[in-house]
Write a protein that binds this ligand. Structure first.
Ligand code: GLN
Length: 294
């Protein structure tokens, strides 16, 4: 990108540009203004001061080191790398998570799943919850943060992902139990809630080239994208308490297919919830309550 690393005065001395000049140069490369501002705030380690600070301090000069770092970060963003991997941070459900390319960049739409999880747990004291394919730990940590009485387990097949989730749990001081394994296979107990945002993109899907920076095993799941969801649905009844819920995030056009899988597996109260864009993005159902509960 043409963002200059330094400008030269008529006398030949190197000077670094001001904050506002640096941002204008970055915008001229095609970078989204919001992304450029966030990257610059991260470079300046002023993340908490917000973008207004940049405007007020537009005349301030950058140091050469700051300019080098900002330029490199802009190049990463222009090549399509998620902003969260570059800054190393992602806000999710009021928590600041540390993320990198070992885990999926948690999406705001996944907060829909957390909202639903909290709703179904509302009347259950000390609920046992498991998050399958936890990645950064986003869902498990958000639930644990909102419900300190919950006993939350998080599973992932990837030891890399578990290292990220453990670091987040430690930093946020949330007592989530992390377990390595495939979906429910490492677990012997029953839960009030199983929640998961599993991989659900079909192999060969046209969206995949835009997601090359994220771990492929967190994204794709067989020819129709439903292989992992089928496994989770099949394994869940043996790991749910009577009346327990299974809530799944899925692709924009998979709600009917996931609902059909849940119904065929004997789940009741099968329903979907919409994401921020109004798309049915999560589908779930309840394990039949035991006869004495009606
Ligand atoms: N559960 C994690 C999230 O929602 C990871 C999901 C995944 O890797 N498919 O961010």
């Amino acid at each position: 990108m043409p963002c200059p690393l330094h400008t030269t005065t008529p006398h030949g001395a190197n000077v670094t540009p001001t904050i506002s000049q640096t941002l204008s140069d970055a915008y001229a490369t095609g970078l989204e203004p919001l992304d450029a501002q966030r990257l610059l705030l991260a470079t300046l380690e002023f993340g908490d001061r917000g973008r207004a600070w940049l405007r007020v301090n537009g005349d301030m000069d950058l140091t050469q080191a700051e300019l080098v770092r900002f330029t490199a970060d802009c190049q990463r963003r222009l090549s399509g790398e998620p902003l969260a991997y570059i800054t190393g941070k992602r806000e999710f459900f009021g928590l600041t998570l540390q993320v990198d390319r070992r885990v999926l960049d948690p999406r705001p739409d996944t907060e829909t799943l957390v909202d639903w999880a909290l709703d179904v747990l509302m009347h259950t004291p000390h609920p046992h919850v498991v998050d399958l394919g936890t990645g950064s730990g986003a869902i498990a940590l958000a639930i644990q943060h909102e419900r300190s009485d919950a006993i939350v387990t998080a599973v992932d097949a990837s030891t890399d992902a578990l290292a990220v989730a453990q670091a987040n749990a430690d930093r946020l001081e949330l007592p989530v139990r992390l377990i390595q394994g495939s979906w429910l296979t490492p677990l012997q107990q029953r839960f009030d809630l199983i929640v998961s945002n599993p991989p659900y993109i079909a192999e060969g899907d046209s969206h995949l080239p835009a997601l090359v920076h994220e771990p492929i095993e967190a994204l794709t799941s067989g020819p129709d994208g439903l292989d992992d969801i089928r496994l989770i649905v099949a394994q869940s009844p043996a790991c749910l308490l009577p009346g327990g819920w299974l809530l799944l995030e899925h692709g924009h056009d998979q709600a009917d297919a996931v609902a059909a899988l849940l119904c065929r597996q004997g789940f009741v109260n099968v329903q979907s919830r919409k994401d921020l864009a109004g798309i049915a993005r999560c589908t779930g159902g309840q394990c039949k309550p035991s006869p004495e509960e009606g």
